[in-house]
Structure formats: structure tokens, C-alpha cells
Design a protein around this ligand. Structure first.
Ligand code: RB5
Length: 150
């Protein structure tokens, strides 16, 4: 199950992404927003990332105007590895090396066809584990040593 969310800046692209997921027969849950009225992207990032952390969803797609704000918000949440990607190579590599559980894009930056390819590359790639797993463990250790104790 893929958690999908956007603010108003990503709403239009999100509607196309949802159609793409449906065409591929992939299950998703839409955490809003549901129209172009202004909303705050941290609220959407929170909903999607909570669904991942409570295992309701396996991974997530987040869209705002640039993809930047919503990725910043998502990466504040323990356990989330959100990759801001606007190219197919990075999308593939962020699964293979970072095991990104969220991918973020800007609805005002890229077109829908590129967004579909980015999502497909990320979903189809496999995490390589090994030394990359050790590095991810170090990322999550930073959540404890920096955010919690200083
Ligand atoms: C909303 O206008 C815009 O700031 C937001 O979608 C996003 O681009 C923030 O990073």
C-alpha cells in the first residue's frame, strides 16, 4: 500500500500520479489534500509518514510545489527517509542505496510523464543492503544523538 499526499501546489500532479498507480494496479491511500485550496505541507507529510510508521502503508509519495518543503518536513520524522528526486537515476539509486521509503517531487517543477518514470524507477529498484544498511543505521542514530539529547 502506497501512501500518497500533496499540498495545493502538488495537487494537480498528485491526481495524475494516482491515475498512474491505478493503471499499474497498485494499491494506494490518498491522505489529501483533496482540492486546490491552500493547506500546509507539514500536515500532509505528517499524515503520510504516520501511515508508514504505523505500517498501514509500506511507502509514500509526497508532492508540494517544489517538493522541498514537504521533504524537509518528512525527514524530521523518525524512521522516514524521504528523497527529493527530479530525475530517474536518483530515484533508482535512492532505493538501492538509501532504501528511501518516501519520494518527494515538485508539482510546479516537473511534468507528469517524468514523475511517472521517477515513481516507477523508485518502486522497481531493490535495496542492496550490506554497507548501505550500515549507513542507514547511522542516519537513524542521528535522530537519537542530535535531535533528542542536545
Ligand atoms: C506552497 O505555496 C509552496 O510553498 C509549497 O507547495 C512548497 O513548494 C514548499 O516547499
Amino acid at each position: 500500500m502506497i501512501a500518497v499526499g500533496s499540498d495545493h501546489g502538488g495537487f494537480e500532479l498528485k491526481t495524475h500520479i494516482i491515475k498512474h498507480l491505478e493503471e499499474k494496479g497498485l494499491e494506494y491511500k490518498d491522505f489529501g489534500c483533496y482540492d486546490e485550496n491552500s493547506v500546509d505541507y507539514p500536515d500532509i507529510a505528517e499524515k503520510v509518514c504516520r501511515a508508514i510508521n504505523n505500517k498501514e502503508c509500506e511507502n509514500g509519495i509526497l508532492i508540494c510545489g517544489t517538493g522541498i518543503g514537504i521533504s524537509m518536513a518528512a525527514n524530521k520524522i523518525d524512521g522516514i527517509r524521504a528523497a527529493h528526486c527530479h530525475d530517474v537515476y536518483s530515484a533508482e539509486m535512492t532505493k538501492r542505496h538509501n532504501n528511501a521509503n518516501v519520494i518527494c517531487m515538485g508539482g510546479r517543477v516537473i511534468g507528469r510523464e517524468l514523475a511517472f518514470r521517477i515513481i516507477d524507477a523508485w518502486l522497481e529498484a531493490e535495496f542492496e543492503g550490506g554497507r548501505h544498511a550500515d549507513r542507514i543505521a547511522k542516519i537513524h542514530n542521528l535522530e537519537k544523538i542530535i535531535n533528542r539529547k542536545e
